[in-house]
Design a protein around this ligand. Sequence first.
Ligand code: AMP
Ligand code: MG
Length: 427
Amino acid sequence: TSFQGLAQIQIAKRRIEENVTVTYEQALASVLPIVRAMDAHTVSLASVSGDILARDVFADRNIPPFPRVAMDGYAVIWTGREVEKPYRVVGTVNPGGAWNGDAADSDCIKIMTGAMVPPPFDTVIQVELAKAAPDGTIRFTDPVKRGENIAREGEDVREGAVLIPAGTLLSPHHVAILSSVGQWAVPVYKRPSVAVLATGSELVEPWETAQGPMIRNSNSHFLLAALKELGFAEIRYLGIAPDDRERIVSKILEGLDCDFLLLSGGVSVGDVDIVPDCLNACGVRKILHKVAVKPGKPIFVGESPGGGIVIGLPGNPVAVMVHFHMFIRPLLLKASGATEYLPKPILLPLARSAANKSGGKKFTIARLESDGGETRVAEIPSHGSGDFVSACRADGVFEIPLGTVQLPAGHFVRFYPIWGNFLSNEG
Ligand code: AMP
Ligand code: MG
């Protein structure tokens, strides 16, 4: 993709050295190259969904592995004159069963879906097209084509073909493939460890009382839940540090052992936004500090002395949510060995016009609307990036490109379905 183009990386590097704002694409282009996959290990089939495959998986047999009956019926030796004569039933084959013997033109066997068609039979006539006579013979009512109702050996996949390439994020569907080729011990990449820290003197934990100017820490618990959903297990929760240099530094030092350290709050230009300074004091090398994106322009990204990735998110809960899906998840997936890690957009028309006053790229939270016909993207009215209650009704975000001030209703936008559960109570 263009994200990794050398020119992009060079432009990004220069702009970062000049300490200016970079685009979202440049930000990804400057961070992705330093994200490397962990080692591989072997896990059992039962717990593999959500992990990333570390070696190609091959077909150990042809699929189907034998000529397989697709319908309950009668196997015949095709002559093209099936409707003209009575057939004698010389045997029965159920799935998993076999049949051996000689058969003549007018012999058939009863055979069930999933069974192997034994030679010399080559065609199956479905049971609904057969009539049994009182003398036990069978007559077929309709002509058939040679080979009908039989899945040929190897017609889906040939033995030795790659079924799942390394780097694939495994889903339950892949578990079906792994099972079918006998891969019950699966090589997958280890997951990076992730530390989560909230900063802000206004924060208390959900189980504490919040009064007056205090608010409950929701960012950390969003991040912990989102990480858990992605299957990350090695997570260090560092709690809350108030806006105090010593307290923040000591928590950062605890978190730097991890492959990723995610902080929220204190990265903007306010008097108490001291997180970048604290990170610098801990030896974290700055990669970038501002991205031309809304919400969440002041995002700090750095590299720890041990090679870990440090991301200082702004405190705004909506910014944290958007950055998690659009920026952090790609990095986490790449670190987990995935070869495809960027969110894939769908082009959909806008339900209403949409504005972008930010001067950067805007990721706007939206719901999908459908009146039975076309699906449209509808911006969710919100009071801004602190309004996370509105944001939680979203199905995803759509993009208003950098430099675009206004998009009319009907305009096709890039919609990222990264948010909701896509469930309905209507059929
Ligand atoms: P900051 O980026 O520290 O200036 O914070 C921006 C806004 O996000 C402020 O209104 C904060 O109170 C709020 N905020 C910061 N951290 C959190 C958090 N962990 N949970 C919920 N809101 C937060
Ligand atoms: Mg703050």
